[in-house]
Design a protein around this ligand. Structure first.
Ligand SMILES: [Zn+2]
Length: 379
């Protein structure tokens, strides 16, 4: 009995999975995938004469494994929120198609290449990760300014040379100056200075995957630019979590204490001084324990360079400043007048600052309920 081809088996199960996508909001992804594999699957059987030149089955399976599997009311709400934020930033620069929310774990953003035969031109599925489950009860508007940080990642992937072209020359200048300083060192001191510079370069060099300190600071600055005090509030809630090590060093994210310095540096330029008191106090208390190593790895001039480069990106992309959306009043408008976007994040922040938690929760539930009903009627 001839051995059955696993290629054939894989494609049968992939076809079934893709067919089921067409009955979901991800049908555009299903259509794309069908266009890719159908040439190999003529008349329901795998055409044994044409085999893909690479492991197409695994590539498709890998993509399917990373897509969301729940498409409830929160899925629609969050999908619309992503587009609304980008439209508020600059209505002339809408996000491309295939932006999908996924509910699992923490805030995040990832780009998934959609497998095609032409590997040079793979369309991208953009996945925005939201904390909590695909359930309306898990929507926390006070945390949603973090979505702006993730949308910033998405926008900078679309304009990938913008930030490095602003930041890299400043980084090179700092590294060069430090290298000159270390030239007089001898022996162990010289080795240590070199190692320190290499480590700094590793953390701060802008990379294509954006997993570096400079890019992360840029996302904070773009989110702060666009959401102002609402981002400050969400950021403060995050850093005030219990047992969070604000000095923790990782390759991808700068320690929170460094991000705090960057945000505080940006506040006066965005007229946010009046709202930055709590973060300033926190920073002052952290400064007493600031590790030497961290002071060396994240010198002030690099933090300033990353903030400046973040601002430059906002200006180049003509991203609306938060003040354009700030209506000043809190909770005064009726729930019917709310729309997804920056103004809603600012209003949620204002309402929470003026009323107790219970009244805020009632307000938030009512607003979310109305918005979800509106989304349902426009679908
Ligand atoms: Zn980030």
């Amino acid at each position: 009995m001839p051995r059955r081809s696993s290629f054939r088996d894989d494609f049968r199960s992939i076809k079934a999975a893709v067919d089921s996508l067409s009955r979901t909001p991800l049908s555009a992804i299903g259509d794309n995938l069908r266009g890719t594999f159908e040439p190999f699957f003529k008349g329901g059987v795998v055409d044994a004469l044409i085999e893909p030149s690479f492991d197409l089955a695994s590539a498709i399976q890998n993509l399917l494994g990373q897509l969301p599997t729940s498409y409830g009311q929160r899925f629609d709400f969050d999908a619309a929120f992503v587009l609304a934020l980008a439209a508020d930033w600059n209505p002339n620069r809408p996000l491309p198609g295939m932006c999908v929310p996924k509910h699992q774990g923490e805030w995040g953003f990832s780009e998934l290449p959609l497998p095609t035969i032409d590997r040079q031109r793979m369309p991208i599925v953009r996945v925005f990760h939201f904390p909590g489950q695909d359930s309306i009860e898990d929507i926390d508007l006070l945390a949603y300014p973090w979505l702006a940080h993730e949308v910033a990642h998405c926008v900078l992937f679309l304009h990938s040379s913008l930030f490095p072209s602003e930041f890299k020359p400043r980084l090179d200048g700092v590294l060069y100056a430090l290298g000159l300083k270390g030239i007089a060192d001898r022996g162990l001191a010289r080795t240590l200075a070199r190692a320190g510079l290499d480590e700094m370069k590793q953390y701060w060099t802008p990379t294509l995957d954006q997993g570096n300190w400079a890019h992360e600071i840029a996302m904070d600055i773009i989110a702060l630019w666009s959401c102002g005090p609402a981002y400050l509030g969400a950021f403060l809630d995050e850093v005030e979590r219990d047992n969070l090590d604000l000095f923790q060093i990782s390759t991808v994210h700068p320690p929170y204490c460094v991000r705090i310095l960057a945000i505080l540096r940006a506040c006066p330029f965005l007229k946010l001084d009046a709202h930055a008191g709590a973060l300033q106090d926190l920073s002052a208390s952290l400064s007493k324990h600031y590790p030497n190593k961290l002071a060396q790895l994240a010198p002030e001039e690099l933090i300033i360079a990353a903030v400046d480069a973040g601002f430059a990106v906002c200006k180049t992309l003509e991203i609306c400043d938060w003040r354009r959306f700030d209506q000043g009043g809190a909770g005064s408008s009726s729930p019917d007048t709310h729309e997804l976007g920056v103004a809603l994040l600012l209003e949620a922040w204002r309402v929470r600052n003026q009323v107790d938690e219970e009244i805020y929760s009632t307000w938030e539930r009512e607003v979310i309920g109305t918005l979800i009903a509106n989304i349902a009627t426009t679908q």
